[in-house]
Design a protein around this ligand. Structure first.
Ligand SMILES: [Zn+2]
Length: 60
């Protein structure tokens, strides 16, 4: 599934692909913004194909 998130540097929307999962597992990844190229750290948890937790943290 596709998830929209806000870049913490330029506040533009980006999209990431989230993998569906039945087991609860926290995923941390770093994505570069498509607009300003600054990195964002994204943490999410998927449980029963639903996003239970989603957070974007500014990365320096
Ligand atoms: Zn940005």
């Amino acid at each position: 599934m596709e998830k929209k998130y806000l870049c913490q540097t330029c506040h533009q929307y980006n999209f990431i692909i989230i993998e569906d999962s039945y087991c609860s597992e926290t995923v941390d990844l770093i994505e570069d913004c498509q607009t300003c190229c600054n990195p964002n750290t994204i943490s999410y948890t998927v449980e029963n194909n639903k996003i239970e937790y989603f957070e974007v943290i500014k990365t320096y």
